[in-house]
Write a protein that binds this ligand. Structure first.
Ligand code: IMP
Length: 191
C-alpha cells in the first residue's frame, strides 16, 4: 500500500540539499566580509525564518536573529505598498546590519528596510537573500549575497508560503494553481 501524498506534486526548483549547500557558500562569503563584530542579523519574517536559522548556525558565535515583519503581498500578487513592523529594540546603531530575506521580487520590501536601518544609525546595511527574481525588479537595491536567481514564477516551501500554505515543504517548489486544484479534487473524491 502506498502512503497518500500530503501535498500537491508541485515541481521542485531547489531541493533541501541544494539549498543547504548554497547556504554554506553564502555563510563562507559573509564570514569573509564581516568586520571584527558579527553583523546584526535581521530576519524578515515569516518567510525568511527557515533560511535565516540555517545561515545563523554557520556564523561564528551564532549571532541572535532580530525579527521584522514586512508585508506587500496579497495571494500571489504584489500590492506595491510595503508595511513594516520593526521592533524598537533591534540594536542596529553603529552596527553592520545584515538583512536576511527569502526572496527579493520588486525590491520594495528590502529597499524600505535598508532605508529604515540606515536612518536608524546602522553603519552599513547588507542583504542576503535566498532567492531573487531580477526580471521583476521595480526598485534597484544592492543584493550582497544571493542564493539563486529565478525566473518570474511564484515559489513556495522552505519557509515561503501562499496565504499560510506550504511553508513546511522542505524543498523550494513552483506553485501551479491547476496542480493544486487537481490534487484537492482527488482528495475530495477519495473521501
Ligand atoms: P518585494 O517587496 O516585491 O521584493 O517582495 C518581497 C516579498 O514578497 C518576499 O519577502 C515574499 O514575502 C513575497 N514574495 C515575492 N515573491 C514570492 C514568491 O514567489 N513566493 C512567496 N513569496 C513571495
Amino acid at each position: 500500500m502506498t502512503t497518500p501524498a500530503r501535498h500537491p506534486p508541485f515541481p521542485v526548483l531547489f531541493s533541501a540539499d541544494q539549498i543547504r549547500r548554497r547556504t554554506h557558500e553564502l555563510a563562507r562569503a559573509i564570514r569573509r566580509d564581516a568586520g571584527e563584530l558579527p553583523p546584526c542579523l535581521v530576519v524578515v519574517i515569516e518567510g525568511a525564518r527557515t533560511f535565516a536559522r540555517q545561515l545563523q548556525q554557520l556564523l561564528p558565535g551564532q549571532p541572535p536573529l532580530h525579527e521584522v515583519r514586512a508585508s506587500s503581498y496579497a495571494g500571489t500578487t504584489s500590492t506595491g505598498r510595503v508595511q513594516l513592523l520593526v521592533g524598537a529594540e533591534v540594536p542596529c546603531r553603529d552596527r553592520d546590519v545584515l538583512l536576511l530575506e527569502d526572496i527579493v521580487d520588486t525590491g520594495r520590501t528590502i529597499a524600505a528596510l535598508r532605508e529604515h536601518f540606515l536612518a536608524a544609525g546602522a553603519r552599513s546595511c547588507r542583504v542576503a537573500t535566498l532567492l531573487s527574481k531580477p526580471s521583476r525588479r521595480v526598485v534597484e537595491v544592492p543584493l550582497d549575497y544571493i542564493g539563486f536567481e529565478i525566473p518570474d514564477e511564484f515559489v513556495l516551501g522552505f519557509g515561503m508560503d501562499l496565504d499560510g500554505r506550504y511553508r513546511e515543504l522542505p524543498d523550494v517548489v513552483v506553485y501551479h494553481a491547476e496542480i493544486e486544484r487537481a490534487f484537492l479534487q482527488q482528495q475530495a473524491a477519495a473521501g
